[in-house]
Write a protein that binds this ligand. Structure first.
Ligand code: ATP
Ligand code: MG
Length: 384
């Protein structure tokens, strides 16, 4: 089983862009796996096929490929010539070696080489008959213990037994690039995960108030970044000092509007970063009505600060749904560690829940933070 056979679903629907998507998928598979595991990677006839080296560790490959978006499923396969007698012989050899003893089995054939003389059901029947003759196992197309899959392509046929289901979706970066506002909380990592699943490449920005506050939130964001990077090894984390901006906002903006201004300035800084890193959208972990800063009117008053689209993949999710994904992807336990989020600095006792855009814009006119924003960006730390 020294081949890896990868199938994708949605990419197939992309018409002319298909080859771009396929190339992205191949490059993401390559960067997910250690070079020493791969002898070659090709994409024949709507699938990705990798020839594995002797060093390849299947468990590790499985772990890593589960984090490559765009894969519908993948299998470890044996390759043989596209010739019925040779396929039969190879199937029997593998079954002989493998010590299988199923109560029942089926053969499932997929033929992408339409010039092959037999159609898929015929191939399945012939191979099935050979197996019955050799081992005496029962055929059961519905309730089978063992499924023997055969894929016939123009340059060889593949035999495999197990399909590992991936997340599907689209290869990271095939939908473009965005800047994700990553707090230390539960929601934003889940938002990032969801957008990456739709093919978005992300760089993360985390705003912190160190040294005015402890560096706990920085440490958390770094740990979360490590988890999210497994889905997208090219991503970067930008740590932006935000305390001085917050001090100025505290001085100049009425208490109840403070959070809205913190968020607006975060979006403004993220927009400048997006421009310099060829990103064309921002992503946040906001969910409608979850907290006072996430009412519809507050979202409007916040979002007005940027010209870029603000993507909020969690806007219609309930907290329980978000938590269950956070647990699944392994960010939950990090997110619930105690920290001092920068927004706890000078937090208002009674934040505005329905900000009036006109009022916000009037305050914004008086506020000149260009220097401080520039300094924050200049003093950023970039992690890879
Ligand atoms: P989260 O669980 O993601 O922290 P939250 O429910 O705590 O979200 P808010 O604190 O209102 O909600 O933050 C809303 C969004 O604003 C976050 O999901 C995140 O995208 C962004 N955000 C908030 N604080 C920061 C920060 N310190 N650095 C970067 N982004 C932030
Ligand atoms: Mg938060």
């Amino acid at each position: 089983m020294n081949y890896l056979l990868c199938h994708y679903s949605e990419i197939g629907l992309k018409g002319k862009n298909r080859s771009l998507f396929e190339k992205r998928l191949v490059s993401n598979i390559k960067s997910a796996l250690p070079d020493c595991f791969l002898e070659s990677v090709k994409r024949p006839e709507g699938r990705v096929v990798a020839k594995l080296t002797d060093q390849a560790e299947k468990g590790e490959i499985e772990d890593r490929l589960l984090k490559v978006f765009g894969l519908a499923y993948f299998s470890f396969a044996q390759k043989t010539e596209s010739d019925l007698e040779k396929i039969k012989k190879e199937v029997i050899r593998i079954l002989d070696d493998g010590g299988f003893s199923p109560q029942s089995f089926r053969v499932t054939t997929k033929r992408s080489d339409k010039s092959f003389p037999l159609d898929s059901p015929e191939v399945s029947r012939k191979i099935g008959a050979t197996i019955v003759e050799r081992f005496g196992w029962n055929v059961d197309l519905e309730n089978f213990d063992l499924n023997i899959s055969v894929e016939i392509t123009r340059n060889g046929s593949y035999i495999y037994f197990k399909k590992v289901k991936g997340y599907g979706g689209l290869p990271v970066y095939s939908s473009g690039k965005a800047i994700m506002l990553l707090s230390g909380g539960i929601d934003s990592p889940v938002a990032g995960f969801k957008m990456m699943k739709r093919g978005l490449g992300l760089d993360y920005v985390h705003f912190h108030a160190y040294p005015l506050l402890s560096d706990d939130s920085i440490k958390k964001s770094e740990k979360i970044f490590e988890v999210l990077k497994r889905y997208s090894p090219e991503s970067k984390l930008l740590l932006i000092p935000f305390g001085e901006v917050q001090k100025r906002i505290k001085l100049e903006i009425p208490e109840k509007f403070r959070i809205i201004f913190y968020r607006r300035v975060m979006l403004e800084i993220a927009t400048k970063i997006a421009d310099s890193r060829s990103a064309s959208a921002l992503v946040t972990g906001e969910s409608l009505g979850q907290v006072s800063s996430q009412t519809l009117l507050n979202m409007r008053a916040t979002e007005q600060a940027t010209e870029l689209p603000v993507l909020r993949p969690l806007v219609g999710e309930n907290k329980e749904e978000i938590i269950s994904i956070a647990k699944e992807i392994g960010t939950y336990d990090i997110s619930i560690l105690p920290d001092q989020d920068c927004c706890t600095l000078f937090n208002p006792r009674r934040p505005e829940t329905n900000a009036d855009l006109e009022e916000v814009l009037k305050l914004d006119e008086e506020l000149d933070l260009e220097d401080l924003k520039g300094q924050a960006i200049e003093n950023k730390r970039v992690l890879t």
